[in-house]
Design a protein around this ligand. Structure first.
Ligand SMILES: [Cu+2]
Length: 196
């Protein structure tokens, strides 16, 4: 009994400290933008997201490339949707397409985990393939401040986890968007991201 009485406040303090650190950490993220988490959306919202709305998008199926024009672009990325390949991103019906954006564009990635049994995330990184199981951790630094979405949980009860990442594509060059969960990029979960 005595032991329990002493332990309880200690456990409480530990929980409090963990809680405070998480809050500070999350606040740190929100300070420099980048990443918002913990929303779920329905299957119909997912398909709405995957339908091109504006005229600033050109989808070239033959070269598996999507061009986003203008300085404000929204890129919807669905990780491993149900009827697609396992380790893949789908954007406007294309699988792991090459993405082309204009230099200086304010990019918003609208990311959905469409998978029903695996975590997936995305990071736009300078690290080029081939990727290796553990090596992916070395590739998961972001090319631009905020160009990542932490891995999100799989779908549950027909609700899909959704998060946004915003960043400025202020360096021209060839980059890659990859899933940072170990083994996923190695198995093909990546595509090219070109800024020009
Ligand atoms: Cu993944």
């Amino acid at each position: 009994m005595k032991k329990g009485n002493v332990r309880l406040p200690v456990t409480g303090i530990v929980f409090l400290l963990v809680g405070v650190s998480i809050t500070v950490f999350a606040f740190g993220f929100s300070m420099w933008g980048g990443f918002t988490q913990d929303t779920t959306i329905s299957a119909s919202e997912v398909s709405a997201l995957n339908t091109p709305a504006g005229t600033n998008v050109k989808i070239d199926k033959n070269s598996n490339t999507i061009y986003f024009y203008g300085l404000d672009v929204i890129i919807p990325i669905i990780a491993s949707p149900e009827n697609g390949p396992m380790y893949a991103f789908e954007i406007y019906g294309l699988v792991n397409p090459k993405i082309v954006v204009q230099k200086g564009a304010n990019v918003t990635i609208e990311f959905v985990n469409g998978d029903n049994d695996m975590y997936h995330g995305v990071v736009v990184t300078p690290g080029a393939p081939p990727y290796y199981y553990m090596g992916e951790m070395m590739f998961d630094r972001s090319a631009f401040a905020g160009s990542f979405v932490q891995p999100l949980p799989p779908e549950s009860n027909h609700k899909f986890y959704f998060a946004k990442a915003t960043f400025k594509a202020n360096i021209s060059g060839s980059f890659y968007y990859i899933c940072q969960v170990p083994g996923h990029a190695e198995n093909g979960m990546y595509g090219q991201f070109v800024v020009r």
